[in-house]
Write a protein that binds this ligand. Structure first.
Ligand code: LMR
Length: 338
């Protein structure tokens, strides 16, 4: 058996073992079944990520009709963020966009995005992600069998609780749900609060039953998941960013026919640009909808109150400098300057 044949067999075997065998088998077959692409996420459909996923499906099914079929599973219907990446490596799902905070076991440096008060606004996040440091982080999953296909925005995070949070000492002893990120844990420990890593799908019930006192999230998630109905106060802290990484498995993505992969990449770019616009709009609209509902009081911080949060939480940067990279922190800070 020639080396080429052995290599081909080994490659085919590897792809099958990785669950990515569907795509290459379709190569060159005119009558092949469409490639099935399952896109799993945890948020509601009426959110930046939910709308981006639907737009992606529409674009793909128009441009690659008969060749690719996209199924979108919102609201943690298929997988939660804590098991979707394992499922992806097993070939059970082909596309996801977990929050950057959820990659700590895959690329700890991505926790850079969780550092409190690192980015001034979403424009600064854009500048950082489009620059060399941001692009390098996008590629940081390659040794784990995953491909980072693009960043997607949600927005700046706010703090919600069942009591008013104006200054850091108001958070003392309170339990906050966080995503699976040690940086986020350190952020709440810095104000003597108790962080609890829990899946997104459990947050509403944890708040409703008062098993936890509060959480941090964007206006869009607080509105679409009705957290504002079970939290009396929301502090407009803008203390951190909630962004996503659109990701696929290397076995699936690299095994696609070239023209299909190019078509999917183009559709993703367009869907992401649309999702980012939705993110900007929803940050305004959903905040207004919450305010209009009268269910939750929105607290605006004075400059002095905000400075106290910054002072209490900023030491977290030093704590994680080695993990997230001093150069990356500097590049992020530089992105704040217009
Ligand atoms: C969260 O877990 O709070 C967010 O990551 C949910 C999401 O995907 O926006």
């Amino acid at each position: 058996m020639g080396v080429r044949v052995v290599c081909c067999l080994l490659f085919a075997g590897l792809l099958t073992a990785c669950g990515g065998g569907d795509a290459p088998a379709d190569k060159g077959k005119a009558d092949a079944k469409p490639i099935l692409l399952k896109f799993s996420h945890v948020v509601a459909e009426n959110t930046p990520k939910g709308k981006m996923a639907i737009r992606f499906k529409e674009l793909v099914e128009k441009r690659l009709a008969g060749r690719v079929k996209v199924e979108v599973y919102p609201n943690s219907q298929l997988f939660g963020d804590n098991n979707v990446l394992e499922a992806m490596l097993l070939g059970d799902v082909q596309l996801a966009a977990p929050a950057l905070s959820k990659f700590e076991n895959y690329s700890p440096a991505l926790q850079l995005f969780d550092l409190p008060f690192l980015f001034r606004d979403m424009q600064a996040v854009d500048r950082f992600q489009g620059g060399p440091a941001g692009r390098a982080l996008l590629g940081s999953l390659s040794s784990k069998g995953l491909v980072g296909l693009g960043y997607l925005h949600n927005g700046m995070k706010q703090l919600s609780a069942n009591q008013p949070l104006r200054v850091p000492s108001d958070a003392n002893g309170k339990k906050f749900r966080i995503m699976t990120s040690d940086v986020l844990a350190a952020q709440f420990e810095a104000v003597d609060a108790v962080p609890l890593k829990k899946p997104f799908s459990e947050v509403f019930t944890l708040l409703q039953t008062k098993a936890i006192d509060g959480q941090e999230n964007t206006w869009s998630n607080i509105y679409s998941k009705k957290f504002y109905e079970v939290q009396e106060y929301i502090t407009e802290s803008n203390h951190g960013v909630l962004d996503y990484l659109v990701v696929s498995s290397a076995a699936f993505w690299n095994g696609l026919p070239d023209d299909v992969r190019d078509g999917l990449a183009g559709a993703l770019d367009e869907a992401i640009a649309y999702g980012n616009q939705v993110a900007l709009d929803k940050a305004v609209e959903d905040k207004k909808a919450i305010a209009d509902s009268g269910r939750s009081t929105i607290i605006e911080l004075t400059d002095d109150e905000r400075a106290q949060w910054v002072e209490a939480m900023k030491p977290v940067w030093m704590q994680f400098e080695k993990i997230v990279g001093k150069d990356n922190i500097e590049a992020a800070v530089a992105a704040n300057k217009r």
